[in-house]
Design a protein around this ligand. Structure first.
Ligand SMILES: [Zn+2]
Ligand SMILES: [Zn+2]
Length: 276
């Protein structure tokens, strides 16, 4: 199934510039040791609102770019390094200097308060009580309305972790993902994004960190992507140099079972569509 080829590339990678465990240089050396051909960094964008994950200042974001450029030059004969950004929908920092943009919704605006959707199960439960009258589906609707607009807000190439709100759902069931209102809200958002020229990542990050046993998005959404011939890319959302292609084998099986026939991957020569 071309797994070996697909594990040679990852575009969703974090470092100590934000909430990753290892420096960019440590990550590059690990990728080279693993035989990877393409490594894309996608640090969390700076945010003028107080946030949990983002780079702490615009200056820090510039330092990030400089360091990735330094590594690009220093390692050009060993690996292709790209400098991307994981642009939060509320960030607003210009992205045109980056090789690519992953657009993500980490916060939903509920009653004027930006609530982080992937901090902990308890913060999600608290926000549902405080802002949604205890109805998780209202929270899910707010999230899906925001992700539906993520390309407008970030001009992203790749949509990050489409159903991120399910991060804690395996251990702490919060959202009934079989509720028709949940499915309708998710599919409406997905359909809006499928009209745009975006790639959906199949993201194994929460698997590597022990929150989930399957990638985002859920099979019901992957099946819709298959039906409408949308594009997908595997990504590890890595926060650790040892997990740069974590779970790609399982994710690929799930993608295939959902009816998606090919996966995009970034190679030294640009995007390639790989039949699976
Ligand atoms: Zn993210
Ligand atoms: Zn990320």
């Amino acid at each position: 199934m071309n797994l070996q080829l697909l594990t040679k590339s990852n575009l969703h990678t974090h470092t100590t510039f934000a909430d990753g465990k290892h420096t960019a240089e440590e990550v590059v050396l690990s990728a080279i040791a693993d035989g990877m051909e393409v490594l894309g960094f996608s640090e969390h964008s700076f945010h003028s609102n107080p946030t949990v994950f983002g780079m702490k200042s615009p200056e820090r974001q510039q330092e990030y770019r400089k360091e990735i450029e330094r590594l690009q030059k220093a390692c050009a004969d060993r690996i292709k390094i790209l400098c991307g950004i994981e642009q939060d929908s509320h960030s607003g920092i210009p992205t045109d200097v980056y090789d690519y943009v992953i657009g993500s919704v980490h916060y939903v605006n509920l009653g004027g308060e930006l609530c982080c959707v992937d901090l902990s199960a308890q913060t999600t439960i608290d926000a549902i009580k405080k802002h949604c009258g205890g109805d998780p589906i209202l929270y899910a609707k707010a999230y899906f309305e925001a992700i539906a607009k993520v390309e407008d807000d970030t001009q992203c190439d790749i949509v990050g972790h489409f159903d991120l709100i399910t991060k804690f759902n395996e251990r702490t069931p919060i959202f009934d993902t079989s509720d028709p209102r949940y499915i309708k809200a998710g599919l409406e958002a997905l359909d809006a994004l499928l009209e745009k020229d975006v790639i959906f990542e199949v993201n194994t990050g929460a698997m590597a960190r022990g929150y989930r046993t399957t990638p985002y998005p859920a099979p019901i959404f992957l099946r819709r992507i298959a039906e409408k011939r949308g594009n997908v890319v595997l990504s590890s959302d890595s926060h650790n140099k040892d997990y740069l292609a974590y779970g790609f084998d399982k994710a690929l099986q799930i993608i295939k079972a959902s009816g998606v026939g090919s996966v995009l991957t970034m190679t030294k020569d640009g995007w390639k569509n790989i039949a699976i």
